[in-house]
Design a protein around this ligand. Structure first.
Ligand SMILES: NC(=O)c1ccc[n+]([C@@H]2O[C@H](COP(=O)([O-])OP(=O)(O)OC[C@H]3O[C@@H](n4cnc5c(N)ncnc54)[C@H](OP(=O)(O)O)[C@@H]3O)[C@@H](O)[C@H]2O)c1
Length: 338
């Protein structure tokens, strides 16, 4: 099968940072779906995994944790899918990625694609939707059926891959969404997705929020550097408020800054369920199925912004470079093999 992977961890402008490869097709385990991959999206996790380091992979390492495709075979214990199903999923960071013509995913991590979307639009969604859903509805405790309507959430990085889904899910739950974006393009995108108020993360947030009548915000979803935003979040979070962070830190966080407000901080890692095979691992199938249903009902839309052509090393290098710029708006996808 065709695949794109790496032997060495190199800067993205190096022609061998991602390579076109021919690899043996994998054999599904009992709970696996064997999927013929039709489209993939690229996320910062690909860039982080690919970060230059003195290590050599043999066999090569395949990246990619967002895919849409067609089930062509199922393991002996699979009960929820059958060949021919069109699925979308992020999969597991502990397994080879989806930048391969044929890919394996545990059935508990995949769901049927939205019926109203093609493969490219569907591939844009899984990883960021899982992160946004788990962060908003599980870590921040927002009621997805609207019982928290009217409460304010601050989404730091509101136009990026994750932010684009947080903004939409928060709106679907009835929240008042304050999103940060620093450029005209990203502001327009976040506004279009439903953000009620845009603030600029390149300028101090407090004066901008106060100008809009907000002294504090009850809920903060930070999609960007946890460390860089820590003091600002501690200042802006309301007494008894909640913060969720998704970006790893290089040192400890000063939780003491939240003490007087009895505010809480929670981590969200969308790979946790897959990594630890938690008893509720199949919750990710449920989440993706709900996302698909909400898309088909018109409550959510794809966050695909750019289609970079077929899945090959050159196009994936371009997609990685786009993510590395730190100015991604929505999602970048690739579709088909060529
Ligand atoms: N824990 C998890 O499960 C999980 C899951 C997904 C992603 N992540 C991590 O979350 C981070 C974001 O992922 P993503 O896919 O959303 O990234 P992304 O799409 O690459 O984010 C790009 C956006 O970040 C905004 N941005 C850039 N600098 C910023 C700053 N200093 N403050 C606020 N916003 C800023 C940009 O807005 P402007 O262009 O307007 O400046 C741009 O729209 C990455 O580090 C990723 O690895 C973690």
């Amino acid at each position: 099968m065709r695949a794109v992977g790496l032997h060495r961890y190199l800067p993205i402008n190096h022609p061998e940072s991602l390579l076109d490869l021919e690899l043996p097709e994998p054999t599904p385990g009992p709970r696996d779906l064997r999927v013929r991959v039709r489209a993939v999206a690229v996320n910062p996790v690909d860039v982080k995994v690919r970060a230059p380091k003195p290590k050599v992979e043999d066999p090569p390492r395949v990246l990619g944790w967002d895919a849409a495709g067609v089930v062509e075979a199922v393991g002996a214990d699979v009960s929820a899918f059958r060949p021919g199903d069109q699925v979308f999923y992020a999969g597991s960071i502990a397994r080879p990625g989806s930048n391969a013509e044929v890919h394996l995913v545990d059935e508990r991590l995949a769901a049927r694609m939205p019926q109203s979307l093609g493969f490219a639009d569907a591939a844009a969604l899984p990883l960021t939707s899982l992160t946004a859903w788990e962060g908003l509805f599980e870590r921040l405790g927002v009621d997805r059926d609207g019982r928290d309507a009217g409460r304010a959430v601050l989404v730091i990085g509101g136009a990026g891959g994750v932010g684009s889904m947080v903004v939409q899910l928060a709106k679907a739950a009835g929240l008042r969404v304050v999103a940060t974006a620093s450029r005209e393009e990203s502001r327009a995108w976040a506004r279009d997705l439903g953000a009620d108020l845009l603030v600029d993360h390149r300028a101090p947030l407090r004066p901008q929020l106060e100008a809009a009548g907000l002294q504090h915000v009850e809920l903060i979803f930070n999609t960007q550097s946890t460390e860089a935003w820590w003091d600002t979040m501690a200042d802006l979070v309301a007494p008894l408020g909640r913060i969720v962070g998704i970006v790893e830190t290089s040192g400890p966080l000063d939780l003491g800054k939240l003490k007087s407000k009895s505010a809480s901080f929670a981590w969200e890692l969308m790979f946790t369920r897959a990594l630890y095979e938690t008893p509720d691992m199949a919750a990710q199938r449920e989440i993706l199925a709900r996302v698909a249903a909400w898309v088909d009902e018109g409550r959510l839309r794809t966050t695909r912004r750019e289609h970079l052509g077929p899945i090959n090393a050159a196009n994936l290098r371009a997609a990685h470079a786009r993510i590395e710029s730190g100015q991604a708006v929505g999602k970048v996808v690739l579709e088909g093999w060529g």
